[in-house]
Design a protein around this ligand. Structure first.
Ligand code: GLN
Ligand code: ZN
Length: 766
C-alpha cells in the first residue's frame, strides 16, 4: 500500500465574515444606501477570503456555493423557480429584489410606522423555520400542486467558476432534491411536495450536467433528510432521484449530517453515488455499520470533527480511530471532514481578546477547525498533536471545569426535590386564596419595550461611559414607569419589565459560573440576524441572587402582585454551546439547581408568583421520534427540579413561545406548572385542542395578542379569541395575556393594545 494520505475536506464555511461584513452590507443595501454592485463586491470578497483561507490551511477539498446572501434553502428555491406568483416573477433571471422579498417581505411593507397595517401591493415574507435541530433558520420553500420548475440561474456554476478563476478547484455544494422537497411546504396543503420530484429532477440534471461540463470533478449533494424518520415512499424517492441524476452528474458526494442514518442506511448506501459523508460526531457508533455495508469503491467522508460545537478536538484519539479504517479501505477511499458545514460555529477564536488564554486553548472555531483537519491528514507525532494533547489534559483536570460541590449536590437530588408538596388541586386553592384574582386574570409575559433609550444607556454603561449608579437609577426609573403604567391599564399581575436584561439567556449566564461569552463569536441565526451563544465550559453554580433586587424594587412600588421572572434550565441549555465532556442532561440539571436557588430566594423575598420561561423546550426535541422520550424525560425533570422548592401557596408559571403541543402534551402536563402561557393568537385558539383532548388539569394563558406585528388588536378581537378559548377549556382556568414578551415593540403600540386586552378580560367577566 502506498503512503498516500487521505484528503481533508470542508463541507462549508461560515458566510457572514469575521467582522460581520455580510450583515452590514445587507443592511446598507436594504436601507437603500448601497446598490447591488456593492453588496456583490462584499459577497465576492468574503467568498475569496474563505477559499484562500481554506487553501492556506491545507484543505484539499474546498467547497463552493456554500456562500449565500441570505439562506441556502432560499437560494435553491429561487434557482429551481419555486417562486410563488405573488412575487411577480414570470421567467428569466430572478432579481435581487424578488429574492429579498421572498426572504423578508417587500420593503414597502415594513414602513416602520407603529400601528401601520400592511396594505395592497405589499408581499409577505415566506415562512421561516429551524434547520433540523440547529439554531439556524431557513426560508421554507412553498410549492403548489401545479408547480413547474425551471433553472432560473446557475449560482453553483458561477461560484465554481469564480473560484477556478482564482486558481482554486472547488467541490460545489448543492442541497439535494429530496431534502429540498421534504423541507418545502405544500401551498393549499392537500398534496405531498415530494410528489413533485419527477418534475424537479430535470432541473437538477440540467444544473449537474452544466457543472460537469465546466470541469467539476465532484459535487457535494446534501441530503440531511436521510437522518430523519422516513416513510417507505420517501426512501423510494432517494432511489428515484439518484438514478436520474448520477448518470449526468459529476461524481456525487452524498452528504448526510446531524445524526446517524439508522434504518435509512441501506437506502443511502444503495444509491449510485461515488461518495458518502456521515456525521460520526453525532453518531459515532454508526461507523461499524457503514464500514461493513459500504461498497469498497465508495469514497467515505468521515465527519470526525464536531461542526456543531466549539471544542478543540482530541486529535490523538481521532487519529487512532481513523488509522485502521484508512489501512483497511485505502487512503484514496477516505476523506476526513467536519461532521457538517462549519456554518454553525463562530469564525475565529483568535479574535477573542476578552477570553483568557487557558480557556481559549480549549476552543476551536471554524478557522481553528481547518487547522485541526489538516493536522489529521499529517503524521500524529506532529507539533499540533502535542499542543492538542496538552490543551485536552488541562481542560480535563481544570478546577474551573469540575466543581465537586456541584456534583455532590446533584448526586443527592431525589424525586422529592422534583415534586411540589401537594397536588395541583390543593395548591391552586391555596394560591387563589392568597392572590384573590378575578376570573380571567390579566398579565403580560415579562418584557416591556427595549427602547432606543434603554439600549443606549446599556451601551454607555458597557463602554464605561455611564456609572453603575447612574445606570441603576435609569433602570429603576424605567421599571417604576412600567409599574405605574400597568396599574393605570388595570392589569392584575404585574411584571418588572426586564429592562436590565440584554438577553433572556445571557443575563443569567453572565451571573453563573461555568459560562463564558465571546465578543465576536457570531453565528448566523437567519439572514442578517446573528447570535453569540454563550459557551458552557464548566459545572454551573449560582454565585449570588440574580434577579431578587429588581423584583423587590418593582414590588415595593405596587400593591398588586409582581411576578418573579426567570429563564428555565432547558432554554438556557438549548441556546448555548454545551460541554462535550458531560451530557446535556447533566448540565441541564446543574442549571436547574442554580435557578431553583433563585426561585427559592424570590419566594423568601415575598414573591407570590414566579415565572420560569421555557421558550426553547420544544426546539430541543431530537430529530428522531424514538429519542423524544429520553429528551423530554430529563428536560421535564430539570424544570420540575427548578420549580419544586417552593411552598404550595407560591404559584409557578411557565411560558412557551409556540402552541404546537399535540405531540408533547404529556410532557407539558408533567412539568406541573400552575399556569402556562403560550402563543395562540394566530392559530385562532385551534391549537388549544391539544389541551382539551388531554384534559389538561392546570391553568392556561392562551396568547390573545400577536406581538410579532406592530398592529394593535381591538378589544373585540381579543374577546372573540377568549370566547374560543372558553369553548375549549374551563373558564375558571383561563388567564389573559399577549403571545410573548413585548421587548421588540414600541410603547405607542403596547399601551393601547394592553388597554384593549384588559377591556376584553372585563367583557368576559361581565
Ligand atoms: N419573559 C421573556 C419576555 O417576556 C420571555 C421571552 C420568550 O419567551 N422568548 O421577553
Ligand atoms: Zn415567548
Amino acid at each position: 500500500m502506498s503512503n498516500a494520505r487521505p484528503a481533508v475536506a470542508s463541507l462549508g464555511f461560515p458566510r457572514i465574515g469575521a467582522r460581520r461584513e455580510l450583515k452590514f452590507a445587507l443592511e446598507s443595501h436594504w436601507a437603500g444606501k448601497s446598490g447591488a454592485a456593492e453588496l456583490n463586491d462584499t459577497a465576492e470578497h468574503l467568498r475569496r477570503k474563505n477559499w484562500l483561507l481554506q487553501k492556506e490551511k491545507g484543505i484539499d477539498i474546498i467547497p463552493s456555493n456554500d456562500f449565500s446572501l441570505y439562506d441556502h434553502v432560499l437560494d435553491t428555491a429561487v434557482m429551481v423557480g419555486a417562486i410563488p406568483a405573488e412575487y411577480g416573477w414570470t421567467d428569466g433571471d430572478v432579481s435581487l429584489a424578488t429574492y429579498f422579498a421572498m426572504a423578508r417581505g417587500s420593503q414597502t411593507a415594513d414602513c416602520g410606522h407603529p400601528g401601520h397595517q400592511h396594505h395592497g401591493g405589499d408581499v409577505r415574507a415566506l415562512e421561516m423555520t429551524k434547520w433540523f435541530d440547529t439554531n439556524y433558520h431557513y426560508i421554507v420553500p412553498e410549492v403548489g400542486a401545479d408547480q413547474t420548475f425551471t433553472l432560473t440561474g446557475t449560482k453553483p456554476l458561477d461560484h465554481y467558476l469564480e473560484a477556478k478563476a482564482l486558481g482554486i478547484e472547488t467541490r460545489p455544494v448543492i442541497l439535494g432534491p429530496v431534502t429540498f422537497l421534504k423541507l418545502a411546504k405544500a401551498r393549499g396543503g392537500d398534496f405531498e411536495p415530494l410528489s413533485l420530484l419527477p418534475r424537479l429532477l430535470p432541473v437538477y440534471a440540467e444544473l449537474l450536467s452544466k457543472l460537469k461540463q465546466a470541469g467539476a470533478e465532484w459535487v457535494q449533494i446534501d441530503e440531511p433528510a436521510l437522518v430523519l424518520d422516513l416513510s417507505g415512499s420517501e426512501r423510494q424517492a432517494f432511489a428515484e432521484a439518484y438514478e436520474v441524476l448520477a448518470p449526468v452528474a459529476p461524481k456525487l458526494m452524498l452528504a448526510t449530517y446531524f445524526g446517524g442514518l439508522g434504518d435509512n442506511l441501506d437506502t443511502a448506501l444503495a444509491l449510485p453515488v461515488a461518495g458518502f459523508h456521515a456525521d460520526l460526531v453525532r453518531a459515532p457508533e454508526a461507523l461499524d455499520a457503514i464500514l461493513s455495508a459500504a461498497p469498497a469503491a465508495l469514497v467515505l467522508s468521515l465527519g470526525v470533527l464536531d461542526g456543531r460545537n466549539i471544542w478543540r478536538a482530541d486529535l490523538t484519539r481521532i487519529a487512532g480511530r481513523l488509522a485502521p479504517v484508512i489501512a483497511a479501505r485505502g487512503a484514496d477511499k477516505i476523506q476526513i471532514a467536519p461532521s457538517c458545514s462549519l456554518l454553525h460555529v463562530p469564525i475565529d477564536v483568535e479574535l477573542e481578546t476578552g477570553l483568557d488564554e487557558e480557556l481559549k486553548s480549549w476552543l476551536s472555531f471554524a478557522t481553528q477547525k481547518l487547522g485541526e483537519l489538516s493536522a489529521l491528514s499529517g503524521s500524529p507525532d506532529g507539533e499540533a498533536f502535542a499542543a492538542t494533547d496538552a490543551a485536552i489534559a488541562s481542560r480535563a483536570a481544570s478546577a474551573r471545569v469540575h466543581n465537586a460541590a456541584v456534583s455532590a449536590r446533584l448526586a443527592a437530588v431525589t424525586e422529592a426535590d422534583r415534586s411540589r408538596k401537594s397536588d395541583f388541586a390543593e395548591r391552586i386553592a391555596l394560591q387563589r386564596d392568597r392572590l384573590g384574582l378575578p376570573l380571567y386574570p390579566t398579565t403580560t409575559i415579562g418584557s416591556f419595550p427595549q427602547t432606543a433609550d434603554v439600549r443606549k444607556n446599556r451601551a454607555a454603561f458597557n463602554r464605561g461611559d455611564l456609572s453603575a449608579g447612574d445606570y441603576d437609577s435609569f433602570l429603576q426609573g424605567e421599571t417604576e414607569n412600567a409599574i405605574r403604567l400597568q396599574e393605570e391599564i388595570g392589569l392584575d399581575v404585574l411584571v418588572h419589565g426586564e429592562f436590565e436584561r440584554n438577553d433572556m439567556v445571557q443575563y443569567f449566564g453572565e451571573q453563573l459560573s461555568g459560562f463564558a461569552f465571546t465578543r465576536h463569536g457570531w453565528v448566523q441565526s437567519y439572514g442578517s440576524r446573528y447570535v453569540r451563544p454563550p459557551i458552557i465550559f464548566g459545572d454551573v453554580e449560582r454565585r449570588a441572587p440574580m434577579t431578587v433586587k429588581w423584583w423587590q424594587f418593582a414590588q415595593s412600588k405596587t400593591e398588586k402582585p409582581v411576578k418573579g421572572m426567570l429563564t428555565g434550565p432547558v432554554t438556557i441549555l438549548n441556546w448555548s454551546f454545551v460541554r462535550d465532556d458531560t451530557t446535556r442532561a447533566e448540565t441541564c440539571a446543574q442549571i436547574a439547581l442554580a435557578i431553583r436557588d433563585e426561585v427559592i430566594d424570590l419566594e423568601k423575598a415575598g414573591a407570590a408568583i414566579i415565572q420560569i420561561d421555557e421558550a426553547a423546550l420544544r426546539e430541543g426535541l431530537p430529530l428522531r421520534q424514538a429519542e423524544w422520550k429520553t429528551y423530554l424525560g430529563w428536560a421535564v425533570d430539570a424544570f420540575r427540579l427548578t420549580a419544586s422548592g417552593v411552598a404550595d401557596e407560591t404559584q409557578i408559571h411557565t411560558h412557551m413561545c409556540y402552541s404546537e403541543f399535540n405531540d408533547i402534551i404529556e410532557a407539558i402536563a408533567a412539568m406541573d406548572a400552575d399556569v402556562i402561557s403560550i402563543e395562540t393568537s394566530r392559530s385562532k385558539m385551534e391549537l388549544l385542542d391539544a389541551f382539551t383532548a388531554f384534559d389538561y388539569p392546570n391553568e392556561i394563558g392562551p396568547g390573545v395578542y400577536d406581538i410579532h406585528s406592530p398592529r394593535i388588536p381591538a378589544s373585540g378581537e381579543m374577546t372573540e379569541l377568549l370566547g374560543l378559548a372558553a369553548d375549549r377549556l374551563d373558564k375558571g382556568k383561563l388567564w389573559v395575556n399577549p403571545d410573548c414578551g413585548l421587548k421588540t415593540r414600541g410603547w405607542a403600540e403596547v399601551k393601547p393594545a394592553l388597554v384593549h386586552m384588559v377591556e376584553a378580560a372585563r367583557a368576559m367577566r361581565g
